[in-house]
Design a protein around this ligand. Structure first.
Ligand code: PEP
Ligand code: MN
Length: 337
């Protein structure tokens, strides 16, 4: 249920509603805009309805929400969420650019990429230390050693770092080294992990599951917000369809739909969506035109020798050239790059 307060409702009126909700054993999540306050209510439906909050002073409207999500919805919060990490941000008037290799392979690789990402105007350094690989015989990532290399390279270049949390048991260790915790497509509905991330104080990059409907993406994000962590970034990374020419099918309509359904920022990962380096630049352009808040791109100093996802990685000159070409497009959409 959502309790929409009248414009400029007083702090006492808001506190009164919250107190009564707490008395009824419900959770009250506040969204406080400049003029409007909305209270997201989570608790036993019958008990909450019986409070008849419509009649309370300062209450404008009570909306009964039967969807699987409410805290992530535009009804709960009309304004876009902006997530700030170090000197970078996701959402608002900035195009976030998360770039780096699929997997962390060496200190030299990470330093080279980090400097190049920074020089080209990228805003986050990415790199996987724990890799979700289809086959157990493929490179699984450098683990803790990789996390340290990522951190060092990010610090040296002045970029916040994002990396995947593959196993909830590693949550504290990964959070110790990374600024943003990525939930990979394969873990989007790992509900225990989502609940744990809800309790943590790190922004989360939640990637869409490869066969997840938008409603399921939003419900997964809801788990994290419900736990108290509001810093969630959604990422469209392609879904499975009958088409096999591309690795996945990039659902840009889904990005536009998400932007209207949720206040959370939405970014696009054309590397995993297409699996092909020649399609990255066109899909970045399309993502920007669609209203995405950022892009995530795999960049490797020597893609031919990459231990993971080389064919969908840009080399450094191609990344720098793409960034130059994207700048005017971002400006057209009112975003700085
Ligand atoms: C990744 O970003 O490295 C990754 C494995 O992506 P996804 O979970 O979208 O497949
Ligand atoms: Mn990859």
């Amino acid at each position: 249920m959502l309790v929409v307060m009248r414009d400029h409702a007083t702090p006492e009126e808001i506190a009164h509603v919250v107190d009564r909700l707490h008395e009824a054993g419900a959770e009250a999540h506040l969204s406080q805009g400049e003029v409007k306050t909305v209270i997201g209510v989570i608790g036993e439906r019958e008990l909450i309805y019986s409070l008849e909050l419509e009649g309370f002073p300062g209450v404008s409207e009570v909306i009964r929400v039967l969807k699987a999500y409410k805290l992530v919805s535009r009804e709960f919060q009309a304004e876009d969420s902006v997530i700030r990490v170090g000197g970078s941000q996701v959402g608002g008037g900035v195009l976030a650019v998360m770039a780096g290799p699929c997997s962390i392979e060496s200190g030299e690789q990470m330093h080279t990429v980090a400097r190049a990402v920074k020089a080209a105007g990228g805003t986050f350094l990415r790199g996987g230390a724990y890799k979700p690989r289809t086959s157990p015989y493929e490179f699984q990532g450098m683990g803790l050693e990789g996390l340290k290399l990522l951190r060092e390279a990010g610090d040296e270049a002045g970029l916040p770092v994002v990396t995947e949390l593959l196993d909830v048991r590693d949550a504290d260790r990964v959070a110790e080294w990374a600024d943003v915790l990525q939930v990979g497509a394969r873990n989007m509905q790992n509900f225990m992990m989502l609940q744990e991330l809800g309790r943590m104080k790190r922004p989360v990059l939640l990637k869409r599951g490869m066969s997840a409907k938008l409603e399921e993406v939003l419900a997964a994000a809801e788990y994290i917000l419900k736990g108290g962590n509001r810093d969630v970034i959604l990422c469209e990374r392609g879904i499975r369809t009958f088409e096999t020419y591309t690795r996945n099918t990039l659902d840009l309509a889904g990005v536009a739909a998400l932007k209207s359904l949720t206040h959370l920022p939405v970014i696009v990962d054309p590397s995993h969506a297409t699996g092909r380096r020649d399609l990255i630049a066109p899909m970045c352009r399309a993502a920007i035109a669609t209203g995405a808040d950022g892009i995530m791109v795999e960049v490797h100093p020597d893609p031919e020798r990459a231990r993971c996802d080389g064919p969908q990685s840009l080399d450094i000159p191609a990344f720098a050239a793409m960034m130059e070409a994207l700048r005017p497009l971002a400006a057209l959409e009112g975003k700085s790059l």
